[in-house]
Design a protein. Structure first.
Lengths: 114, 117
């Protein structure tokens, strides 16, 4: 079975500060990793994903995540956050079987303060 | 064009009633899902259908019954609603097919906020 642990339930930061949202996973087989973002009163949307290849993946709005197989982690980072980044962030893992069932972490609330 | 749509967006009803939530995707995806998000924002998968076939059925009370008339639609019917059913329900879809291994992201609808009084 696979599982996902998001190590911080809430992360408050000031605008323009760097941020890291931590995600660890466990699985007995190779997995694919995703970060989703949920803005207030909206559904989830994909932020970035790791399937294979380069362990560093980037999103169009400045976030990046690094897949670390030895530490089974997929932490999300941004060097300088904006007020508009305030949202709920979910880490998810799926295997390449079982029709892509994803296991989601419990979410991290990122609050960016002015 | 909305990729994954749900109706209604809000649903307020009394305990004991029966209600349905509808979901449609126009992405041509083969797999659809229902998730429940509670007040603490925890997201739990309930069901998944692949091309109208039920493939994931998590531990959900049998008062919840999904129906997929075709691969673009996945509806959720709930009988005898209880206070604990109050939550936001999300529909999602992805390109995954049973005969093809791959990793495709899920596209979520805007959610249906169900309040049971």
């Amino acid at each position: 079975a696979q599982s996902v642990t998001q190590l911080d339930s809430q992360v408050p930061v000031f605008e323009e500060a760097p941020v890291e949202l931590r995600c660890n996973y466990s699985s007995s087989v190779s997995v694919y990793l995703f970060w989703y973002v949920q803005y207030p009163n909206q559904g989830l949307q994909l932020l970035l994903k790791y399937l294979s290849g380069s362990t560093l993946v980037e999103s169009i709005n400045g976030f990046e995540a690094e897949f670390n197989k030895s530490q089974t982690s997929f932490h999300l980072r941004k060097p300088s956050v904006h007020i508009s980044d305030t949202a709920e962030y979910f880490c998810a893992v799926s295997k390449n079987t079982n029709a892509g069932k994803s296991t989601f972490g419990d979410g991290t609330t990122l609050t960016v303060k002015p | 064009d909305t990729a994954v749509s749900q109706t209604p967006k809000y649903l307020v009803t009394q305990m004991g009633n029966d209600k349905s939530i509808k979901c449609e995707q126009n992405l041509g995806h083969d797999t659809m899902y229902w998730y429940k998000q509670d007040s603490k924002k925890f997201l739990k998968i309930m069901f998944s259908y692949n091309n109208k076939e039920l493939i994931i059925n998590e531990t959900v009370p049998n008062r919840f019954s999904p129906k997929s008339p075709d691969k673009a639609h996945l509806n959720l019917h709930i009988n005898s609603l209880e206070l604990g059913d109050s939550a936001v329900y999300f529909c999602a879809s992805s390109q995954n097919r049973l005969d093809f291994t791959g990793a495709y992201e899920q596209y979520f609808g805007p959610g249906t906020r169900l309040t049971v009084t």
